[in-house]
Design a protein around this ligand. Structure first.
Ligand code: DOR
Ligand code: ZN
Length: 452
C-alpha cells in the first residue's frame, strides 16, 4: 500500500489557489511574488498572476501576501515509534506533528518493535500511514536483522515492499565486513545507506559529549572521535563499493572535514544535520535536563561552528530532525539512565531560521535543504512546485513570534529542551496531496467562480 493507492481511494480535495505569496522554490530557481494553483493532487501552475478565469470552480482561496510559499518540507529522519512504542508516538500523532511543523513527507526509522527488517513490517507501516497518516510516510528499512548488526536484513525484499533507504539508526553497524556487504547490496538496489556513526567501543558509557562541560557536570563523556572514526571507516568502504552513503545527524568538526574531503574526491556521500545540534552545545547538558540527552550528543562550540561552515560551503546537504519521542518514564529519571533523543518536528523551522538571521545561509538555501535536497537524496517525489509536482505546499509566516508550549505540542511526547523558548517563524498552512492538513490561517474563503 502506498501513496498511489491512498490517492485512488481518497476523495479528491477541492482546488486551492494560494495567492500573492513570496514563492520560494529552489529547485526551479524561483523566488518572487506569485500565485500557486493546486488541483487534482498536483501543482497546476505557478505564475505572477493567475487570473480568475484560470481558476477551476469551487477552488479555495488562500491569501498569502506577506507570507512565504514553498514546497512541503521533507524530513529524512524521524522516529514514529509504530509499531511497538505507541505510548511515545504513533503514525497518527507523529504525522500531525509533522504537518504542524510544515513537513509533508517524513521518512521513518526502523527501530520499532518489531524492527522494520522485513516486508511485513514495511507493509504495516505503509498501511497504517495510508489509514491514519496526514502526511506522506516513507519507511527506512533495517540494514541488519533485528538491528543486531550480525546478519543482513532482506534488503531486496524491503526495497520491493517500499523502503527508500536502509539504516540501523539508533545503533551503528559496528562490523565493517557486514557494512561492506550492506553497501554492495545497497549499491545494487540503488538505495542509500544511512549510518548512525558511533563507534561503540569509544562511546561506551558516555551520556554527553566528552570535554570540559562533561567534567563540569560530572557526567561521563563520549569523545567526538567516536563519530568521525566511524565516518572515516565508512568512507573507505564507500570508496571500495561505490554505494551511496549518508551520514545521519552529523555532529562533529572532524566528521564534516571527512565528508568535505570525500566529496572533493568524488565519493557518493551525503549528510544531514539536526536543528538541535546547530542550536545547542554540550553546555546545555550541565542543566541535567534529560531532554538535552541525545545521540549523537550535543557538541562543543567549535563543533557547532564547523557544522555551520559545512552548511555554508555545501558539505552538509540537508536538515533532518531526528524527531525522537520519549515518554516521561523514559526521561524523568537520572541523566545517566535517561533515553537518548528529543522531539523536533514542531520546532525545526524557527530554530533553522536563526541560521538565516545569523547569515550562515540564505532563506532559499534553508528551504532547499528542507525540500529539494532531501527529495533528491532519497529519490522522493515532491520538493518542488514545478507544474505536475505533487500538491505538497507549506506556507510560512516568518514574522510570527510564538512560545514553545508543552501543552500545545502535537506529538504524544514532550521531550524537548525548547519548551518556554520564544521563537520566530511558523508554518501557518500545510497542504499535502492537495489537502489542507494543518491550518493556522483561519477559514479559507472560496475564490470567485470563473466566468463562463
Ligand atoms: O537521540 C537519538 N534517539 N538518537 C538516535 O539515533 C535514536 C533516537 C531514538 O530512537 O530515540
Ligand atoms: Zn541516529
Amino acid at each position: 500500500m502506498n501513496d498511489e493507492i491512498r490517492q485512488s481511494e481518497g476523495s479528491v480535495p477541492p482546488p486551492l489557489l494560494i495567492r500573492g505569496g513570496r514563492v520560494i522554490d529552489p529547485a526551479a530557481g524561483l523566488d518572487g511574488c506569485a500565485d500557486v494553483l493546486l488541483a487534482g493532487g498536483r501543482v497546476v501552475a505557478v505564475s505572477p498572476h493567475i487570473s480568475d478565469g484560470q481558476v477551476p470552480p469551487g477552488a479555495r482561496l488562500v491569501r498569502a501576501s506577506g507570507l512565504v510559499v514553498c514546497p512541503g518540507f521533507i524530513d529524512l529522519h524521524v522516529h514514529l515509534r509504530e509499531p511497538g512504542h505507541e505510548y511515545k508516538e504513533d503514525i497518527a500523532s507523529g504525522t500531525r506533528a509533522a504537518a504542524a511543523g510544515g513537513f509533508t513527507t517524513v521518512c521513518c526509522m526502523p527501530n520499532t518493535t518489531p524492527p522494520n527488517d522485513c516486508r511485513a513490517v514495511t507493509e504495516l507501516v505503509l498501511r497504517r500511514a495510508a489509514e491514519v497518516g496526514v502526511v506522506r510516510v516513507r519507511p527506512i528499512g533495517a540494514i541488519s536483522q533485528g538491528l543486531r548488526g550480525e546478519a543482513l536484513a532482506e534488503m531486496a525484499e524491503l526495497k520491493e515492499a517500499g523502503v527508500v533507504a536502509f539504516s540501523d539508526d539508533g545503533r551503528p553497524v559496528m562490523n565493517a565486513e557486514l557494512m561492506r556487504r550492506a553497501m554492495e547490496y545497497a549499491r545494487m538496489l540503488g538505495l542509500p545507506l544511512v549510518q548512525h556513526a558511533e563507534d561503540l567501543s569509544l562511546s561506551a558509557g558516555g551520556v554527553m559529549n566528552e570535554g570540559p562541560a562533561a567534567t563540569r557536570a560530572g557526567l561521563r563523556g563520549q569523545p567526538a572521535c567516536a563519530e568521525s572514526v566511524m565516518v572515516l571507516r565508512d568512507l573507505e568502504l564507500c570508496a571500495l563499493t561505490g554505494a551511496r552513503y549518508h551520514v545521519a545527524h552529523i555532529s562533529t568538526a572532524a566528521s564534516v572535514r571527512a565528508v568535505r574531503e570525500a566529496k572533493r574526491a568524488g565519493l557518493p556521500v551525503s549528510c544531514e544535520v539536526t536543528p538541535h545540534h546547530l542550536t545547542l552545545t554540550d553546555a546545555a547538558c550541565c542543566s541535567y535536563d534529560t531532554a538535552t540527552k541525545v545521540a549523537p550528543p550535543l557538541r562543543s562550540e567549535a563543533d557547532v561552528a564547523a557544522l555551520k561552515e559545512g552548511l555554508a560551503d555545501g558539505t552538509i546537504d540537508c536538515f533532518a530532525t531526528d524527531h525522537a519521542p520519549h515518554a516521561p518514564q523514559d526521561k524523568q529519571v537520572e541523566f545517566d539512565r535517561a533515553a537518548f533523543g528529543m522531539i523536533g518536528l514542531e520546532t525545526a523551522l524557527p530554530l533553522l531560521l536563526r541560521l538565516v538571521e545569523e547569515r550562515v545561509i540564505s532563506l532559499p538555501d534553508m528551504i532547499a535543504r528542507l525540500t529539494s535536497r532531501p527529495a533528491t537524496l532519497f529519490g522522493l517525489p515532491g520538493g518542488s512546485l514545478r507544474p505536475g509536482s505533487p500538491a505538497d505546499v507549506t506556507v510560512l509566516d516568518l514574522q510570527r513570534v510564538w512560545t514553545v508550549d508543552g501543552t500545545t505540542i502535537r506529538s504524544k511526547s514532550r521531550n524537548t529542551p525548547f519548551v518556554g523558548w520564544q521563537v520566530r517563524g511558523r508554518a501557518v498552512l500545510t497542504v499535502c496531496r492537495g489537502e489542507v492538513v494543518h491550518d493556522e490561517m483561519g477559514p479559507l474563503p472560496t475564490a470567485p467562480p470563473a466566468p463562463r
